[in-house]
Design a binder for this molecule. Structure first.
Ligand code: F3S
Ligand code: F3S
Length: 105
């Protein structure tokens, strides 16, 4: 799976959403999360993020390793919704993200 990391927090550019052929990038309150089972590893989202928040799971920088689990665990109580557009914004964040101070300017 691909993974969205801390650079997305409070930025939410959403350019990635338009590139995903399976609509597996879901919106939380402060960042977006990639569904680990719905992602088909196509790589289309990674180059379009203006803040380089997206990485293939094996390439996530060490300082952001916890974001692999954050993306997976975000969906613990959601299962596999099967499409972000129909799901809409989800009113929560992973605890790791919720605890961060405001990011960006
Ligand atoms: Fe976030 Fe980048 Fe997508 S900032 S919403 S991962 S384009
Ligand atoms: Fe979607 Fe492909 Fe990224 S399936 S989440 S655009 S790697």
């Amino acid at each position: 799976t691909y993974v969205i990391t801390q650079a997305c927090v409070d930025v939410l550019d959403k350019a990635c959403i338009d590139e995903c052929p399976v609509d597996c990038i879901y919106e939380g309150e402060r960042m977006l999360y990639i569904h680990p089972d719905e992602c088909v590893d196509c790589g289309a989202c990674e180059p379009v993020c203006p803040v380089e928040a997206i990485y293939y799971e094996d390439d996530v920088p060490d300082k952001w390793k916890d974001f692999y689990d954050a993306n997976v665990e975000f969906f613990s109580d959601l299962g596999s919704p099967g499409g972000a557009a129909k799901t809409g914004k989800i009113a929560k964040d992973h605890p790791l993200v919720a605890a961060l101070p405001p990011q960006g300017e």
